[in-house]
Design a protein around this ligand. Structure first.
Ligand SMILES: C[S@@+](CC[C@H](N)C(=O)[O-])C[C@H]1O[C@@H](n2cnc3c(N)ncnc32)[C@H](O)[C@@H]1O
Length: 310
């Protein structure tokens, strides 16, 4: 296997906010090809440790190769980040100093036609990050009703003309006219959207998020916070979809909330304390120079929160 790399998004900001240091324990929840993980390991030398998690066996194999030089400072497991507590138990860690989640798909997944994520080339109707456990896109299309597919395209892709596109896709699929992703792209194009992106981009994104239950995964991870973090530990999220960023922001705001008494009460009776601090308060975006060098950074939103003492 060659030394494939995914150009990490906002690498300097991730390090600035994660603050890796020698002796620290870090989790990369979306290891990919290890681009961010490598920097965390370098910044926490000589003895910082990293646990890398990815649900994709191909990413895990590539990351093992790319990060081999770090030896036993880097442990890698295949699995979902919603099972984080199990992964931590497996390596004997209870809490960590920092976690990173760089959501979405990697270039390894997008660039390989045989994974079925791309509308640029013909590949199978697959789109699974974890081909060993999840159901393929073809299996979903065989079972989805038109209203269900319409809802998915609207909610996850904000697709214009979702109902018509859902009808076209399901009827062509039923007639055996969609057998690969290139054929799917022909039926998945938004007609009215004037945009620089390919007209099938949003439909493919919505289908990918459905196949991999990406919002459910994120919600489960957020619900776990702040338990996996030590006091002072930080979690950094990089998201590329407005729904994901909204979920992260809402959860961070809830965790940062102090008193929850009704405003009418003159004194606080709830004794509710904030558990995390949004640090910084607003989301961060990539610089114009980074966007020019790495177009994937265009839609990136970075959010950070730090665990507070009880
Ligand atoms: C954007 S890539 C990460 C790239 C990585 N930061 C790098 O620098 O190489 C996202 C990765 O997260 C993985 N992933 C997505 N959802 C996941 C989940 N729920 N659990 C575990 N891994 C997930 C994908 O398989 C993919 O490899």
């Amino acid at each position: 296997m060659s030394d494939l790399l995914h150009q990490p998004v906002m690498p300097d900001q991730v390090l600035r906010y994660l603050q890796p240091r020698p002796g620290g324990r870090y989790v990369d929840l979306t290891l990919g090809m290890g681009g961010h993980a490598r920097r965390v390991l370098e910044s926490s030398a000589p003895d910082g440790q990293l646990l890398g998690v990815d649900r994709d066996p191909a990413a895990v194999a590539q990351a093992r190769q790319n990060l081999a030089a770090f030896g036993d400072r880097c442990q890698i497991v295949q699995g979902r980040f919603s099972d984080l507590s199990l992964h931590l138990e497996r390596v004997g860690w209870s809490q960590v100093d920092g976690m990173l989640a760089d959501l979405g798909v990697s270039s390894l997944q997008l660039d390989r036609a045989d994974r079925g994520f791309s509308f640029q080339s013909a590949g199978p109707l697959d789109m699974r990050m974890d081909p060993e456990h999840d159901r393929s896109l073809a299996e979903h299309l065989a079972e989805l009703s038109e209203p269900e597919l319409t809802k998915t395209l609207r909610q996850l892709g904000e697709v214009v003309g979702a109902r018509g596109i859902a009808r076209r896709i399901l009827s062509a699929f039923g007639e055996g006219r969609i057998e690969d992703t290139a054929q799917l792209a022909g039926f998945a194009s938004e007609r009215s959207r004037r945009s620089k992106i390919h007209p099938a981009t949003r439909v493919f994104m919505a289908l990918r998020m459905m196949v991999n239950r990406e919002l459910d995964e994120l919600s489960a991870l957020l619900a776990d916070l702040p338990a996996p973090l030590k006091v002072g530990g930080r979690v950094v999220f990089l998201s590329f979809h407005s729904l994901e960023d909204r979920l992260i922001k809402k959860r961070f705001q809830a965790l940062a909330q102090g008193c929850v008494c009704p405003p009418k009460l003159p004194v606080c009776r709830c004794d509710h304390r904030p558990e995390m601090l949004m640090q910084p308060r607003r989301s961060q975006t990539a610089t114009p120079a980074e966007i020019a060098a790495n177009p994937r950074a265009r839609s990136a939103r970075l959010r950070v929160a730090e665990r507070l003492a009880a």
